[in-house]
Design a protein around this ligand. Structure first.
Ligand code: SF4
Length: 359
């Protein structure tokens, strides 16, 4: 999608390919959830909402696996596009199921909360279908592609099946040719989010847009209480955009310069003592007892309960218990049961108002 909308992005990304990427929080969570789909040992590191999203993704994989006899299921597998034996592009497919009859299915997991387009319009998946066919000789037939967004309601796109690989090869190579053109245009849009050009300040257009925010003529605006609703909302978006840009890009570059030169404009990297942890809770409890603290004082004054984590842990226990009796308990149901069991033990502070969007 990025290559279609912003043909110049290929060159921009290649220019910073070797630079270390300052991985955004969204991107690192996405990586963890992708890994968890195929590795249930990571379940204990997920919160209940993340576990529920991962389970939905696993259900779709199972659905495709149960369609017909499978020869192999591969996760996070590299596929490449070659011309005359030379690799011209490559990518990583989230899940590739190869059937014994030579057909295959590709499932693309997106753990974001914004609905992306349909499988049929997704050029990235079209390229993956072609690359999978080129990479795995066992794929002799058609390749179905499907986008799965477990965190979005109705986030399962209609699958699309590629069968005409001759036309697909022509169109993918024509896109690559356009992208390789020195005059390939840049275009800003939602596809910039995961582009390395935006993360590394390598894209002149994106950088310019962010710089415009900084020099925006705030002094020409009236006093803030006279702003229209539109102005308030527009500035809310600008400020959060600018914050992301500063933290993700400027801070990363600042750190890199300090690591290279020892400092940058007075900034240095300063060590901070790590968090103190209790190494023997019972010994600590005894010490407090010796000094006259009661059990209740010890627990209520010096210990804190992570209610969310307790709820998650209890949900998982319920799932394990059900599973040992041969019952499959869904994470959503387990969460509800855990919440019901724990509700009586907690009370809520008065509610506070927080900013949120209507939808
Ligand atoms: S940041 Fe956006 S405009 Fe710039 S190269 Fe990437 S996709 Fe294109």
């Amino acid at each position: 999608m990025r290559r279609i909308n912003c043909q110049g992005s290929m060159k921009v990304e290649l220019s910073v390919w070797d630079k270390q990427e300052a991985e955004s929080e969204d991107a690192s969570e996405g990586t963890m959830l992708h890994q968890s789909v195929s590795d249930s040992s990571l379940d204990s590191t997920l919160n209940i909402e993340q576990l529920s999203a991962v389970e939905k993704a696993r259900e779709i994989v199972e659905f495709w696996q149960n369609k017909k006899p499978v020869s192999e299921t591969l996760y996070e597998t590299k596929v490449s596009l070659t011309r005359n034996g030379v690799v011209v592009s490559d990518g990583t497919v989230d899940c590739l199921i190869v059937y014994e009859d030579g057909n295959a299915a590709i499932i693309d997991f997106k753990f974001g909360r914004i609905l992306v387009g349909d499988s049929i319009d997704n050029i990235q998946l079209a390229a993956y279908a072609l690359m999978a066919k080129m990479t795995f000789p066992a794929i002799t037939g058609n390749v179905s592609v499907q986008i799965v967004q477990p965190r979005v309601s109705n986030g399962i796109s209609e699958p699309y099946e590629y069968s005409d690989f001759k036309s697909l090869t022509e169109s993918i190579f024509s896109i690559i040719t356009e992208c390789n053109d020195d005059s390939a245009p840049l275009k800003i849009g939602e596809w910039c989010k995961y582009c390395r050009g935006n993360q590394m300040m390598a894209c002149p257009l994106y950088t310019q847009e962010k710089m415009e925010l900084i020099k925006a003529p705030i002094e020409t605006l009236p006093a803030i209480e006279l702003w229209t609703d539109n102005q308030i909302v527009e500035w809310k978006a600008k400020v959060s955009d600018l914050k992301k840009f500063t933290e993700g890009t400027v801070d990363a570059e600042l750190k890199e310069r300090i690591l290279k030169n020892g400092e940058c404009g007075g900034y240095i990297l300063k060590g901070r003592a790590g968090k103190r942890n209790v190494n023997d809770i019972m010994a600590l409890f005894s010490l407090c007892e010796q000094h006259g603290f009661t059990d209740e004082e010890f627990l209520s004054k010096f210990c804190s309960i992570k209610i969310g984590e307790l709820e998650t842990a209890l949900s998982k226990r319920l799932i394990e218990k059900a599973s040992s009796s041969g019952v499959k308990l869904k994470s959503g149901d387990a969460k509800t049961m855990a919440k019901e069991k724990l509700d009586a033990y907690f009370y809520n502070d008065p509610s506070i108002k927080v900013l949120d969007l209507e939808n």
